[in-house]
Design a protein around this ligand. Structure first.
Ligand code: PHE
Length: 355
């Protein structure tokens, strides 16, 4: 804890140039206080590997809070692979990258297990599992619990119901206007579930090809730069992080924000900006836990999918409790959620300290 600058919060961080692929691989283990660290493997373009390191540090810390608030016996970690911008690896290069990731994870000897994230999916987990057992969400045919994105979406819907109950007095999405920003794997499932529940949807994606889904669902398509400032009840960030910052918060025209994108705030202080504008922000690390809740319930605790999905829906109760706590104390929901995470982590530290 001495020295200059903030203390190193992470238990360990590995940065290596993949010996097969030549691509920078970062694996960050933030905390194993509650148990094995878990967090997905992100495979995307970066201008510089230090940006991937930055992402891995922030995303792994958020996973610690995500697991703690979800009540899981797990800690937080993350893998980030820094692809050169614009580079799309072919199948052989992709295998080489995933094997480099696998060997880095194997060296951690079980302190950390990975799963899918932006740029990876269940079949990539099978390739990682060729060299280390610590990979969640392989396809069911390969022995895993499969794609977690639909379960993440189910958890977001449960969270949105709790949020609507707190903000508008009714949990029903029917007739509410919601803007889903990002129609990737989670955002796509989410838009479908919300449309089926009767929500009035505005949607966007950086990929114009996703407009077909908007048409199929009868949703209003907006260009990405316009969607953020749409007049809606709830804004639902479902793409990359950093979307809430001092530039964007003044442009919002919504009552509340809740979605599955990780690290939506550019910095912790942005939660206060939202609070001062009277916008209710449901912390991303509370809302987006459905994937890890389902995957760990099925793969570690051998529960049925039905039981696991019931646990995923429990995110609604967790968020309701956090929002009630925030309303009672006058704190931001972010502060209330961090308090809950800290209680679970400190409780465990005390247990460990007892003889
Ligand atoms: N991308 C998931 C998340 O951010 C990571 C994950 C999913 C890890 C499923 C393990 C199992 O929460």
């Amino acid at each position: 804890p001495s020295g200059s600058g903030p203390p190193l919060e992470h238990e360990q961080v590995r940065v290596r140039r993949g010996p097969r692929s030549g691509v920078p691989v970062v694996v960050a283990v933030h905390s194993t206080v509650l148990g094995q660290a878990i967090g997905g493997c992100r495979l995307t373009g970066y201008r510089h590997w230090t940006e991937a390191l930055d992402d891995a540090l922030r995303l792994s810390a958020a996973m610690t809070d995500k697991c703690a608030v979800a009540g899981l016996p797990n800690g937080g970690g993350k893998t980030v692979v820094a692809l050169p911008t614009g580079y799309v690896p072919g199948p052989a290069a992709r295998r080489a990258i995933l094997h480099d990731v696998a060997d880095t994870i194997a060296e951690l000897a079980g302190a950390y297990a990975t799963g899918p994230d932006i740029g990876t999916g269940p079949r990539d987990m099978t390739i990682i599992a060729e060299r280390t057992p610590y990979a969640f969400c392989r396809p069911p045919a390969d022995g895993g619990s499969g794609d977690s994105s639909v379960h993440t979406a189910t958890g977001v819907v449960a969270a949105l119901r709790a949020l609507c109950a707190a903000a508008f007095g009714s949990p029903e999405p029917a007739g509410r206007r919601l803007a889903v920003l990002g129609l990737g794997r989670v955002g796509g499932h989410l838009a479908r579930q919300l449309a089926a529940a009767g929500a009035d949807l505005v949607v966007t994606d950086v990929d114009p090809g996703r407009r077909a889904l908007a048409d199929e669902l009868g949703a209003t398509w907006r260009e990405p730069e316009d969607a953020l400032g749409c007049e809606v009840d709830v804004l639902v960030p479902a793409a990359l992080g950093g979307i809430l910052n001092p530039d964007t918060v003044p442009r919002l025209r919504c009552a509340a924000v809740a979605g599955p994108a990780n690290n939506q705030l550019d910095a912790p202080a942005t939660a206060d900006l939202l609070h001062r504008r009277g916008i209710l922000w449901a912390p991303d690390f509370v809302v987006s836990a459905g994937g890890i809740i389902h995957a760990t319930a099925v793969e570690l605790h051998h529960e049925t999918t039905e039981r696991a999905v019931a646990r995923v829906r429990g995110i609604g109760d967790t968020l309701a409790r956090i929002l009630a706590d925030a309303a009672r104390t006058g704190d931001t929901p972010a502060a209330a959620a961090h308090r809950l995470a800290r209680q679970r982590l400190d409780g465990r530290r005390l247990d460990l300290a007892r003889p």
